[in-house]
Design a protein around this ligand. Structure first.
Ligand SMILES: Cc1ncc(COP(=O)(O)O)c(C=O)c1O
Length: 445
């Protein structure tokens, strides 16, 4: 380990004895001490005591300006008063679960329809459920069985898409063909036999799959921005060509907007890039920190869900508590003015990072879009997962610990995931963030 990194980790360990103790205790009943494998980190994860607005506190009382914001879910910050009010009102006066229809379903669906231009919506509890459901709908609608995904695109933890999400560079082979590498044990080949893998920003790699299986591909699913791999955007014209290719071959284009939905613009990447996919999946930012996923498409596609020929069900789905909150978040908090302000603050953050990178001649890429951004320590401009995998992981680790020791949680410790500027961050928060990065930048020369 380089000496800067060792010093920063030592300092962090000295500041977090209660997290260390909580972690030891957690390991007795919680596998790996964490509730989701992505939350584990060496030497141990931070344990949270509380969070409010743009601030998060650990068990030792350390305070951080939070730009990780629950992996980008909290565009309205922690415990926004309007969210707390909506939760309280629903729970105390109207109940938390019915398993019977209620009016918030239509109200939230109408708001999403206006944002994304997709008329019909169903609601689930997570991004994973949204993408799983979208794939089933695409197969039901087209009557075809294969699906295409891209290297490095994460669509949740279901077996059929948990393939080539975290493969090593040496596992990927030639640059013009995707390779299937399951991201976990317990995923037998048969469970992803109908999944095909292409290379993002490489239309030829998708064409080759359509040519090999004419008339058999139901859908291409993609993250409109690779939010887990350095914030990589599609090259101009890529989405248009991809959608044309899908339609020429009788397949649907699915945008997995779990991370971009209601974030890049009110209508997500759909609006930001001006591309209407056939099916859209949204989740994280919808309900102010409560679990909600949604699948949208037009009437013709969703007819098969409405008439029950493709089933979409779930006890906790379309939960009234969660949807009553989403209704308020979408209607009252994520307003056009709020987006304008957030995008302006993020532009300031991205430009500030780029200026510091230039000034200190760092081997790093700074990408940003909407409320999101990230620094990736590589000298190769990022075009696909393959360039992202050339990044210096140890440099990212140093960046993360050094920023934490200066009171800024810059992003998830798991390198690749973007930062989020929320509606509760201030200009001073951005200046503090940039000030911390400016101070640590000499360590990366
Ligand atoms: C693009 C994308 N799709 C799907 C998911 C899965 O969402 P969830 O964790 O809510 O199941 C994620 C989670 O990070 C994601 O980033």
């Amino acid at each position: 380990m380089n000496s800067h990194l060792q010093n920063e980790v030592d300092e962090w360990v000295a500041r977090t004895p209660r997290s260390a103790e909580a972690y030891r205790k957690a390991c007795t009943n919680v596998p790996g001490g964490v509730g989701s494998n992505f939350r584990f980190m060496e030497p141990y994860p931070m344990f949270v005591s509380r969070a409010r607005g743009s601030r998060i506190f650990d068990l030792d009382g350390n305070e951080f300006i939070d730009f990780m914001l629950s992996m980008g879910s909290l565009l309205v910050g922690h415990s926004h008063p309007a969210v707390v009010k909506a939760i309280t009102e629903q729970a105390s006066e109207r109940g938390t679960l019915y398993c019977i229809p209620h009016v918030f379903e239509q109200e939230v669906a109408a708001q999403l329809a206006a944002r994304f231009g997709q008329a019909m919506w169903r609601f689930v509890n997570s991004g994973t459920e949204a993408t799983m459901t979208a794939l089933r709908i695409a197969r039901g609608y087209t009557g075809k069985k294969y699906i295409v995904k891209f290297e490095g695109h994460y669509h949740g933890h279901n077996d059929q898409t948990l393939v080539t999400t975290s493969a090593l560079l040496r596992q990927l082979g030639r640059g013009d063909r995707g390779v299937k590498v399951p991201a976990s044990q317990g995923i037998p080949e048969e469970t992803y036999a109908l999944t095909l893998v292409a290379v993002f920003n490489n239309l030829e790699s998708v064409k080759a799959l359509f040519n090999e299986r004419p008339g058999q591909i139901a859908a291409v699913i993609c993250e409109p921005v690779m939010m887990d791999c350095g914030c990589i955007e599609a090259e101009p014209g890529f989405f248009e060509a991809l959608r044309d290719l899908c339609h020429e071959n009788g397949a649907l284009l699915i945008f997995d907007e779990v991370k971009t939905g209601c974030k890049l613009a009110p209508g997500g990447a759909t609006e930001h890039y001006g591309i209407k996919p056939d099916i859209v999946c949204v989740a994280k930012a919808l309900a102010g920190g409560l679990p909600l996923g949604a699948i949208g498409a037009d009437e013709e596609i969703m007819e098969i869900v409405g008439n029950g020929s493709v089933i979409q069900v779930g006890t906790f789905g379309a939960n009234p508590l969660v949807l009553s909150v989403a209704n308020v978040v979408l209607r009252d908090l994520l307003t056009p003015e709020a987006y304008r302000r957030v995008f302006e603050l993020n532009r300031m953050l991205v430009d500030g990072y780029r200026a510091i990178v230039r000034e200190h001649r760092l081997r790093a890429q700074v990408n940003g879009v909407g409320p999101n951004g990230i620094i990736t320590f590589t000298d190769r401009p990022l075009k696909s997962y393959r360039e992202f995998m050339t990044a210096d992981e140890e440099a990212f680790r140093l960046y993360w610990f050094a920023m934490m020791n200066r009171g800024v949680m810059p992003a998830h410790h798991y390198g690749g995931d973007v930062w989020t500027v929320s509606i509760v961050h201030t200009r001073e928060d951005i200046e503090t963030h940039l000030g911390a990065f400016e101070r640590i930048a000499p360590m990366f020369r």
